[in-house]
Ligand binder design. Structure first.
Ligand code: NOJ
Length: 574
């Protein structure tokens, strides 16, 4: 296995350029501003930034309605600024991933305009048309309650066009080889400008069969292979991180049996069950989700996240489980969205309870995969439920106590900064938290540092260790003769558990606590007695602190131990 697959253990941080930092004072965040904050990100320890769409767009779906794939939206800067930014990020050892939104375009894209206007245009077949209203036009909406249909009549084209998302996002006919070639061209363009890959939007829909005759879309998985081949040919270490909220049974189709399709996928299964587990103080559904998503090619990786820029989608839980989460984390209708999710940010959802927020983050950093943080969550930022749909969790970054949280000098920011209540920028901002050793920001920085020192999580095999208490989740990772062990108490009350690490006695003698002084030695029966406070978590290294010296250089079933490096002796035959 190649040692330097960077995404196996990255710390990914996602942000919107438009709401991060406004350098030119026009009220809109820009690349020049983001560049000024690279030192903050580097200090936090992130190793990759995922940028939400920043290409030219009418902005009706926060940039997920692209009207030109080869430009930077002028509000955010120029292509020149973009290249300066990727260069500056690279200089700090930070990679840049960007959104690749190719399931659909904006209805303002020149391709669509041309396709509507002229039935003979080469762009006509780049979209999906029907002469008459397809019978299932009111089915399959992604935004139920807001989106009325998946087919709309266009009076200019005199035909119906298909849109899986909002009506201003006509679907591209992704089965058309010309569209496929254009997708590669878009990828090639941004790779040339310095990105390390893509977060690919809505992958199941990109590869689905589309058309008026299609009753049940079929995923054409192998469409993903040429994309991956092209990517890797143009830039060896670039990756695709797929947004595919699918059932575990199809994961391998997305990764490819030999890892020849998507390098990474977001683990939606773990995400939804994690929230349920937090509410129910019951680790079992989460354990089940982790086991169901365990099979993956060696080179593939999960993206582990808590909240993203969309609603917390609970659509894969049972109705009963979903209602349990709604009641606890989003009881008011205004907190819920699309009949399946919660639109709040993490901190308000957890009642601002620092212990619970840490627990959730500790889980995010230690579940099998690579953590993906959302900007502002490192401060415990809140939401503004007066804003529509998902906008409530997309307010500007809160930098300081200055007006508009230091996000802009303009009187009117593009989106209002949260300025009232306990989550207002006056109380929650980076400047204050930087000075406070116990702040959420400094906690996050420390936990990231420690996460980087437990590469076993990204590289290793995991085993869910039996605990006598359903509220306690214990996971062990083994990699190259090293093991780490994480224990989380999901309950609001303290728990005492007696458990065995599951390794040969000699190797599990001491559990070295990586976050505090309270280490654990086994009792006579070889088991460890752990006292966990309410919402408590433990990060242990199994065995002594000489682990680096015993870490093997290679992975093998019969572990070979690395010999501590000594000066090479000259051999006679040299
Ligand atoms: C998924 C994105 O995460 C979401 O924000 C967007 O609205 C849809 N795809 C459509 O692009």
């Amino acid at each position: 296995m190649i040692n330097d697959l960077w995404y196996k253990n990255a710390v990914i941080y996602c942000l919107s350029v438009g709401t991060y930092e406004d350098a030119n004072g026009d009220g809109v965040g820009d690349f020049a501003g983001l560049m000024l904050r690279l030192d903050y990100l580097s200090g936090l320890g992130v190793t990759a930034i995922w940028l939400m769409p920043f290409q030219t767009s009418p902005g009706r779906d926060d940039g997920y309605d692209v009207s030109n794939y080869y430009e930077v939206d002028p509000r955010y800067g120029t292509l020149g600024d973009f290249v300066e930014f990727t260069h500056a990020a690279t200089q700090r050892g930070i990679r840049v991933l960007i959104d690749l939104v190719v399931n659909h375009t904006s209805d303002q894209h020149a391709w669509f305009k041309e396709a509507r206007r002229d039935p003979k245009s080469r762009f006509r077949d780049w979209y999906v048309w029907a002469k008459t209203r397809p019978p299932d036009a009111n089915k399959g909406m992604v935004f139920p309650g807001v989106q009325k249909s998946t087919w709309n009549y266009d009076p200019v084209a005199r035909a119906w066009y298909f849109h899986r998302f909002y009506e201003f996002q006509p679907d591209l006919n992704t089965s058309n080889p010309e569209v496929q070639a254009e997708i590669l061209k878009i990828m090639g363009f941004w790779l040339q400008l310095g990105v390390s890959g893509f977060r690919m939007d809505a992958v199941p829909f990109v590869i689905a069969t589309k058309g008026a005759q299609v009753r049940k879309p079929v995923e054409q998985y192998d469409m993903l292979r040429p994309m991956r081949e092209f990517l890797q040919w143009r830039e060896g270490d670039a990756i695709i991180l797929a947004e595919a909220n699918v059932l575990p049974g199809t994961d391998m189709q997305y990764f490819g049996l030999a890892g020849e399709r998507m390098n990474m996928m977001f683990n939606f299964q773990a995400n939804q069950n994690l929230f349920y587990a937090l509410v129910a103080s019951d680790a079992r559904p989460l354990q089940k989700a982790l086991l169901a998503t365990k099979p993956r090619p060696k080179t593939a990786q999960w993206g582990i996240f808590l909240r993203n820029h969309d609603e917390l989608d609970l659509g894969r839980l049972t109705e009963k489980q979903r209602q349990v989460v709604f009641r606890a984390f989003g009881p008011k209708p205004a907190m819920q969205l699309y009949h399946r999710g919660i639109r709040r940010r993490l901190a308000p959802m957890l009642g601002g309870d620092r212990r619970r927020i840490e627990l959730a983050y500790s889980l995010m950093f230690t579940l099998p995969g690579t953590p993906v943080i959302r900007y502002g969550d490192e401060l415990g930022m809140g939401d503004d439920l007066t804003l529509p749909e998902r906008q409530c969790a997309r307010t500007p970054m809160q930098w300081s106590e200055e007006p508009h949280g230091g996000f802009t000098k303009n009187a009117k920011p593009i989106v209002p900064v949260i300025d009232t209540g306990v989550f207002g920028y006056q109380h929650v901002n980076a400047a204050q938290q930087r000075r406070d050793p116990n702040s959420m920001l400094n906690w996050t920085e420390r936990i990231i540092r420690m996460r980087k020192e437990v590469p076993e999580v990204g590289w290793g095999d995991f085993e869910i260790v039996k605990t006598p208490d359903v509220a306690v989740l214990a996971i062990r990772y083994d990699w190259r003769d090293n093991s780490v062990f994480f224990v989380h108490n999901l309950a609001a009350t303290p728990r005492e558990v007696l458990l065995s690490v599951g390794l040969a006695a000699s190797r599990s003698d001491v559990l070295v606590n990586l976050l505090s002084d309270n280490h654990s030695r086994p009792e006579a029966n070889g088991k460890h007695r752990l006292m966990l406070e309410a919402y408590g978590y433990r990060w242990f290294r199994v065995g002594g602190l000489d682990y680096l010296l015993v870490r093997s250089d290679v992975e093998s079933d019969t572990p070979t131990r690395a010999v501590p490096r000594r000066k090479k002796s000259r051999r006679n035959d040299d």
